[in-house]
Design a protein around this ligand. Structure first.
Ligand SMILES: [Zn+2]
Length: 307
């Protein structure tokens, strides 16, 4: 009897290890997050590896990743959480055999820079200069890991590649952080926004990394006014969007910050403001799950304007 159980256990273990073997590199990663991490075609030669919504940590692998296949190799925009590099590599292998030559990090956060190290030390890494400075403060990029920091930075605008492979990188000002890059795949008419447009809800405002709620709408407005020749957006943490939705997001943030200012002026606490502000009827499809954190950040900023 005992032996039968042992055999059954062994058989089950073998079946499990075979299942794990078919997705070897993914061992230890949550199954729901693996299932949520899919490669989707955006346009010819451009794919998005999804990362799911960070409010559901069980199905979260990081921000959306852009995969751009150029003549010279693959450009990867954002590298998800630490530990997801092999999954990104495996997903890329389903669409191209070309080597990864370039990483672009839209901003400092660990769900966008976490797997930089999976692509080797010779890969070119590009980010805004403030993002590099922010990344240098992270434990994940200290000591030996400093070689996975950006190797090239820019201030206002920079192009990577040429012709149909050209990517334009823009910095339009503070918002989510003080180093958010807007990535334009020029020939394909696609822009990747990073977390400047992450979801349809109040934005995450990372004041420790120079983010600003008060300047946010203006920054989005510059992106809208400058980058006109696009028809599709890869955003931070939700499905593909249209440029009209970014324009709507700018109006939402303008209204949201105005409402927060009014609540502040009226002497409302953060909780009272969160209870009284609701823009969901004006902006269908929007959530208000992130209002409170954003209100707190704007209140802090009103008290102590920074940088
Ligand atoms: Zn972020």
């Amino acid at each position: 009897m005992k032996r039968v159980i042992v055999l059954a256990v062994l058989a089950a273990a073998a079946a499990l290890s075979m299942a794990a073997g078919s997705q070897q590199p993914a061992q230890g990663l949550p199954a729901a997050a693996l299932a949520a991490t899919k490669v989707e075609k955006v346009k010819d030669n451009l794919y998005m590896i999804t990362g799911a919504d960070p409010t559901n940590r069980d199905s979260f692998s990081g921000g959306n990743t852009g995969v751009f296949i150029t003549d010279n190799g693959v450009v990867v925009v954002d590298t998800k959480l630490a530990g997801w590099g092999q999954v990104i590599l495996d997903k890329i292998k389903t669409v191209t055999n070309k080597p990864i030559t370039t990483i672009i990090n839209t901003h400092t956060h660990g769900d966008h820079t976490g797997s930089n190290e999976a692509f080797g030390a010779t890969v070119d890494i590009v980010a805004h200069e403030n993002t590099k400075a922010n990344m240098q403060k992270m434990d994940a990029f200290k000591g030996d890991k400093a070689k996975f920091l950006p190797k090239r930075t820019f201030k206002d605008k920079m192009s990577v590649g040429s012709g149909k492979d050209r990517i334009d990188l823009y910095y339009f000002g503070r918002g989510h952080t003080n180093g958010d890059t807007w990535v334009v795949y020029t020939a394909l008419r696609v822009m990747q926004t990073g977390d400047m447009f992450a979801w349809k809800d109040a934005p995450a405002l990372d004041r420790n990394n120079g983010g600003s709620g008060l300047e946010y709408a203006q920054t989005v407005g510059r992106a809208v006014a400058t980058v006109k020749d696009v028809d599709t957006l890869i955003v931070g943490h939700s499905p593909l969007r249209k440029p009209a939705e970014l324009q709507e997001y700018q109006r939402f943030i303008t209204d949201f910050v105005a409402a927060v200012r009014d609540a502040n002026k009226a002497g409302k606490s953060v909780d009272e403001a969160a209870a009284s502000i609701n823009l969901n009827s004006k902006y269908p499809g929007y959530k208000n799950e992130r209002y409170k954190a954003a209100i707190q950040a704007v209140y802090d900023e009103l008290k102590a304007p920074s940088k």
